[in-house]
Each structure stands twice: as C-alpha cells, then as structure tokens.
Design a protein around this ligand. Structure first.
Ligand code: SAM
Length: 547
C-alpha cells in the first residue's frame, strides 16, 4: 500500500465488501445490513447483462432496432446494405464481449447508480459484474462525490466508473434518448423512490432494467393510506399481507408511470426483505401491450372484520371476432354489500399490480449463479433461500393468508403450517408460501374454503364458550357449518422443497441495532458519535434511572 493510501485509511473508516475496498466517512451514508441488497443486485445485474447482450446480438442480427428509449421495436428496412451492416455489427459485438468482471466490454451494458453515497455498490458492479461498458456513480452531495472519486481511484476502476454530481432525476432526463442512456438504473434512496420513477421509466434503454429500493414501509403498509395515495397513486390498508401489498403498490406505480410514455414493465424479481422492498423490472415500449395494462391492475376489497380479501381487475376483455377482443371497465363489486363471512363492511383499496411478481426462469438462473459463486457473496445462503422460496410461490395468486392472523380472528389456537397446507392440498387446491412472511399461505382456494378449514379444525380444537359472543366475528364465522370436505392428513407435498433442503428461508435479524439508517448529516463527522453509538449508550437508561 502506498503512503498516500495509508494516510487516507487513517482519516476514514475502511469498508470491505465483496471485492470492493472503500473509504467510508461518517458524513456519507452507509448501512452494512444492506449487504444482502447489494449482493442480490450484483448477482441479478450479472445475469441480466448476459441475457440482455444475447438479446441485443440476436436483434441486431435480425436487423431490429434496439436500445433507444421511447422507440418501439421496428424491423429494419429491407434495404440490403443496412442488413449487411447489422450482421457485421453483430459479429463485431461477439468479439468485443470481454466477459471478465473489472474489464471494459466495448458493447457491454451501461449502468447508472443514481443515489450512490460512497459508491460502494458501483465499485462492486465494476469489480464483480462481467460485460460492463460504463458505470456512472451519481449523488447530489458534494462530499459523497469526492469520496466516490477517491474510491474509484482506490479500486483502480477509472476505465469503467465515472463519478457524477447532480440530481438523480436530472441525470436520467438528460440521458433520455441519447447514446448515453443507460441499460440499468439502480435507485436506492432514503425512504421511497416514487419521485424518481418518472425519469427512470422514460430514460432507461429499451428492455433495460430498473432496480428500485423503497424503505418507506410504514406508508406502503397502510399506516397513512392518504400519504400512500399521494406518493404512489394507491389507497392502501393495514393487512396481514401488507408486505406483498407494498410490492404490488410499487409495481403499479412503475407500470402506470411507464404507460404514460407508451412503455410497460416486466417484473423479473420482486422481494420484501428486512425493512424494505426491492424490485427488478425490465421496461419495454409498445402501445398495444400498454392497452392490456388495465388487465394487470386490480382493486382489492378487504373485509374490515375478518380480513377476507377479493381482487377485482380494472378491466375485462370482451371477445369480438375470432381471436380479437376489446376492453371495457369491469363490472362490480365482486363482493356483497357486507362480508359474507362475518357481516362487516369492506375497505376498497388499490389499484395494485395484480400480475406476476417474478420471472421464475430468471430467478432460477440467479440461484445457479450464486450457487456457483458462493465465495463472492457473503450473504449467499440468504439469497439462495429467499430466491428458492420466490421460485416456489404460486405465480397467479396475489396476496397471502397468515395462519396466526386467521386463527386469531376467531380465537382458535394457531396450527401447524404443514397441516394447513395439507388440508388445502387434500381438497385439490394449489398452495405455496410467500417469501415475504413466515407462516404464510398462498392458494387458489377462496376465502370461504379457508374459513371452512378453520371451522373444521375448530371442531376438534373448540373455542371457549365465552369467546362466542353473539354477533362477534368469532361466533358469526364459527356458527356456519363447513361445506368443504376437509382432511388434515399430512399431504406429501405440504413440505416445500426449500424446507426439505434445509435452506435459510426466513433468517433472524442479521445483527444487533439492525434496521434502516437515518440520513447522513454533515454534523456526523467521525469524531461525533453515530446513531448506533447513541443507541448503545442510551440502551436501558430509563430502567437504570428508575432503579
Ligand atoms: C440510501 S443512500 C444510498 C446508499 C447506496 N446506494 C448504498 O448502497 O450504500 C441515499 C443517497 O442518495 C443521495 N440523494 C438523495 N436524494 C438525491 C437526489 N435527488 N439526487 C442524487 N442523490 C440523492 C443522498 O445524498 C445519499 O447519499
């Protein structure tokens, strides 16, 4: 190490993560527990780069227009010369693809990290993702950008990574439609990402990838429904399935924003982890596909008593001639005036994204990639566990039930997940868990079937009489006889593959004092104690004072 490097090391903290070794002053944001988020992103973008470059090569060979934002894919003209040029270009591209991380790949992908803090994520992209042409690492904080530049030099990435000082939205808008537009845009803000989505969906290249984090979970999960509507355009409500609701709110916001520019999203992976959500979506152009978006969005009728939920798509298809159809507003509501199970009123929330959350083939590729490169990812066990759960999720059953929550509604002792799943499987329904919540059930069974299973269980595990107050939710639901024939015999498929393989599925909090970190402040200089130091110092103070 050179003398000047040693000097820098003594001035700042040094953080090592993945292949990166960076300087990290306290006045610039850093959260070590987000290593999972960064590991996952590195593995997702690595796989995306492979897929994208193959598609690009194929499309260039076929002479399709590619890459400019806001242009629909068009077949190139039949002009023979142009076609020859395209084939040559494709051949050039093939030679040019240096698939080695850390090396510049002339026709590789371009990445923007819009909100980069110390640039740790970008440095990792530069050192760990193969097939990259350029990375722009942006922040609007001057101190952060100075550190980003130092970290680029420290990691010898000047040929691949450039620091940038500016507002993330402006950097995206300025790149739109130019040769400098990005194939991948990573947005990892404080709180919610809503304010950056307009620029992101417009500026990302055709078929490009947006990687978006939101940590404003209280708002997305229904603490302040009106603020959620103002920020994301969706009314929400606090429910047992709120973590998936949060994902579906963000996806609907991305889709609706993209639709304004004749673009639409295709979710590749959407996860809820710890205190945040993270989605990876591709963005394409096409007016015809945009018209179908109303079929991918829905409102939710959520019972204010027993929590039963019913989705209603925004539109319906009306067949015309042959395969053709036209769209019309949906008929509704899909529920009675009062909940048929407990007689309470419904909340109407939405709209939310009601289509697939993940591309399972892509998810499986990421799992294999991480399995092969375990040594490169400190959090590989968690990535493999979570993505395995994701790949097992029923793709067409939005939301989930939480067994403890259902049982609590009617004061029945909670029961084992495999027994609950067996009852559903024995009755012929499909079932899976959700990666978002332990003890969760995704199923194509109806609310009535779920309550019938609880009613049948209650017969052998009766609720005390004093709980059965006439007119209460408990009494109204349990007074009805089940119509579904229920068997609680263990079903061979009730234990999921990820469980049989002993994967790390719902890990405990990764460390003490774990959680989102507040904004970095200029006053957070290294000599001043940090939030964590303060938390440690103040812990148990009230108790000590009382003593
Ligand atoms: C949560 S931190 C980013 C953490 C980083 N991505 C990582 O993985 O460690 C958010 C950063 O966004 C920056 N920021 C906030 N609003 C911005 C904006 N409008 N444009 C550019 N940077 C912004 C802040 O200065 C801060 O450094």
């Amino acid at each position: 190490m050179s003398a000047s490097n040693e000097d820098e090391d003594s001035k700042y903290n040094v953080v090592k993560e993945g292949k990166a070794n960076i300087l990290q002053p306290k006045s610039v944001f850093y959260n070590p527990v987000q290593e999972f988020n960064r590991d996952l992103t590195v593995s997702v973008i690595s796989n995306f780069a492979k897929l994208y470059l193959e598609e690009k090569k194929e499309n260039t060979k076929k002479g399709k227009k590619w890459n400019k934002a806001s242009t629909e894919e068009k077949s190139a003209s039949s002009n023979g010369k142009e076609q020859n040029n395209d084939v040559e270009k494709a051949q050039e591209m093939e030679c040019d693809v240096v698939k080695e991380a850390g090396k510049k790949c002339g026709s590789g992908i371009s990445i923007l990290e819009g909100l980069a803090a110390s640039g740790l994520r970008s440095i990792r992209f530069g050192l760990e993702i193969p097939g990259v042409k350029r990375i722009v690492t942006n922040d609007f904080d001057k101190t952060a950008v100075e550190i980003i530049q130092k970290n680029i030099e420290r990691n010898k990435l000047d040929h691949l990574v450039t620091s940038s000082l500016g507002d993330a939205s402006m950097v995206m808008y300025m790149s739109k439609g130019t040769d400098n537009a990005f194939d991948v845009i990573d947005l990892d803000p404080y709180g919610g990402a809503a304010q950056f989505l307009d620029a992101a969906v417009q500026s990302v290249n055709e078929g490009g990838l947006l990687c978006v984090t939101c940590t404003d979970m209280a708002l997305l999960c229904g603490n302040t429904p009106e603020s959620c509507r103002a920020r994301y355009g969706t009314m929400t409500y606090r429910s047992a399935y709120c973590k998936e609701m949060a994902l579906r709110i963000l996806l609907q916001c991305l889709e609706s924003t993209a639709n304004r520019y004749s673009r639409y999203i295709v979710p590749m992976i959407s996860i809820s982890a710890d205190f945040y959500i993270r989605v990876f979506v591709r963005v394409f152009s096409g007016a015809a596909k945009v018209k179908l978006s109303s079929l991918k969005l829905a409102n939710v009728y959520h019972c204010s008593g027993c929590g039963a939920f019913t989705l209603q798509k925004l539109a319906r298809k009306i067949p015309t001639r042959g395969e053709n159809f036209k769209m019309a507003a949906a008929h509704g509501p899909p529920v009675m005036d009062k909940c048929e199970h407990c007689q309470h009123k419904h909340y109407v929330v939405g709209p939310i994204w009601a289509d697939k959350l993940h591309d399972v083939d892509f998810v499986k590729k990421v799992i294999s990639y991480v399995q092969e490169k375990k040594a490169d990812f400190q959090t590989h066990k968690r990535i493999i566990g979570m993505l395995s759960l994701v790949s097992e999720e029923l793709p067409d059953c939005p939301m989930y039930y939480v067994i403890d929550d259902i049982c609590q509604q009617v004061h029945v002792n909670s029961f084992n997940q495999e027994i609950f799943m067996s009852a559903l499987l024995n009755a012929g329904f499909e079932v899976s868990m959700s990666h978002a919540e332990q003890n969760s059930i995704k199923t194509n069974a109806s609310n009535r079937d779920i309550w019938d299973i609880v009613r049948s269980w209650e017969k052998s595990h009766p609720v005390t009489q004093k709980r059965r107050v006439p007119g209460s939710i408990t009494d109204t639901i349990l007074s009805k006889e089940p119509t579904l024939k229920v068997s609680f015999d263990l079903h061979p498929e009730a234990k999921q593959e990820s469980k049989k393989r002993g994967l790390s599925r719902y890990p405990q909090n990764p460390e003490k004092y774990w959680g989102p970190k507040p904004r970095a402040k200029k006053s957070d200089v290294d000599s001043v104690e940090s939030m964590v130091d303060k938390r440690i110092k103040l812990q148990g103070k009230r108790k000590k004072n009382q003593e």
